[in-house]
Design a protein around this ligand. Structure first.
Ligand SMILES: Nc1nc2c(c(=O)[nH]1)N[C@H]1C(S)=C(S)[C@@H](COP(=O)(O)O)O[C@H]1N2
Ligand SMILES: [Mo]
Length: 318
């Protein structure tokens, strides 16, 4: 991974606070409808709204959120990104993703499933109620953020497609559109961007498909219109702008593992005791803070996920 020193980004706390309070009021106003037992948020998702930053209705606050941590401001989350299809600098994804069209959108789900098919974003949004999940995101490069995602558990989607008894892994693929993604010209990774999880990791309640953050639909730089978020793994596992989900019997190849297998393993669980070959993973810099903090095992989600790895040598399976 191209590593640079993290510039200190000024926190814009006043703007952040105001946005956050507005959103709370908005969500409170929608809670009555959700509590009345409406299954699935009915969201008009037309072209105009799909450009990102459109309000999402009927978002329930999830008890699975990380509590008590200060959220990073929207400005941090939307200006300091990794999305190599738009360039390798942190500012490139925002600067170069203006031509990307996140609508209309279809995800193909196939492989070892009883019900393969093409699912439009509208299908998914009508089928699955949206939740707000506040999660830490820890990049393998040594920085982290706290992000209020909006999405639904991947396990709910997997249930619908009925994994076969032979399904053991899930492979995810990002859309590949050279005319809209200028970074694809450069062979910095194996394109299209691919990632993978073990099926039980994909079915874990913390694993979500995100469609928004801060109560609004995703901007292109954050992976519009649909991306994975796996909070106990390094950020690169959380693949953006997904067009295909394939269930497999064997462990899928992943773009980072293909480009540098000794640096990026299949598991990529956040682990302060296993250093990257070129730098320590013991500490991290939270964007907006000056002093580094200690990185937590499984990014602080060990109580929930350690059981997935019982008996596995985490130094060997990094
Ligand atoms: N398709 C794709 N997905 C991707 C990446 C990428 O380059 N391409 N970068 C990953 C990395 S390294 C990180 S840290 C997170 C960053 O997500 P964010 O920009 O929304 O914070 O996205 C991940 N998903
Ligand atoms: Mo990352």
């Amino acid at each position: 991974m191209l590593i640079r020193t993290t510039p200190t980004i000024p926190t814009r706390e006043i703007t952040d606070e105001r946005l956050y309070l507005d959103r709370r009021a908005f969500i409170r106003a929608s809670v009555g409808v959700a509590a009345a037992g409406v299954a699935g948020a009915l969201l008009p998702f037309d072209e105009a709204r799909a450009q990102g930053g459109a309000a999402l209705a009927n978002v329930r606050k999830s008890p699975l959120s990380t509590t008590g941590e200060k959220l990073n401001p929207l400005e941090d989350i939307t200006s300091y990104n990794n999305y190599y299809e738009f360039g390798t600098d942190k500012s490139d994804p925002r600067a170069n993703s203006g031509r990307f069209k996140p609508a209309p959108w279809t995800v193909k789900i196939d492989g070892e499933v009883g019900k393969p098919g093409d699912y439009t974003l509208e299908d998914l949004l009508q089928r699955f109620p949206l939740e707000e999940r506040i999660y830490r995101l820890r990049c393998v490069e040594g920085w982290s953020m706290v992000i209020p995602w909006v999405g639904f558990p991947l396990r709910d989607l997997l249930k619908v497609v009925e994994p076969s008894a032979k399904a053991k892994f899930v492979e995810f693929t990002t859309v590949q559109r050279p005319s809209e993604m200028p970074g694809l010209r450069y062979p910095v990774l194996e394109w299209p961007y691919r990632e993978g999880l073990r099926l039980d990791e994909a079915q874990h309640p913390l694993t979500i498909m995100a469609v928004g953050l801060y109560g609004k639909t995703l901007l292109n730089q954050n992976g519009a219109p649909l991306r994975l978020v796996v909070p106990w793994k390094y950020g690169f596992k959380s693949i953006k702008s997904i067009v295909r989900i394939r269930l497999t019997t064997g462990q899928p190849q992943t773009s980072w593992n293909l480009s540098a297998p000794e640096e990026y393993g299949f598991y990529s669980n956040v682990n302060p005791q296993v250093d990257h070959p070129r730098w320590s993973q013991a500490r991290e810099r939270r964007l907006g803070e000056f002093l580094r903090r200690e990185t937590l095992m499984f990014n602080g989600y060990g109580d929930q996920v350690a059981g997935l790895y019982r008996g596995l040598d985490l130094k060997r399976n990094f």
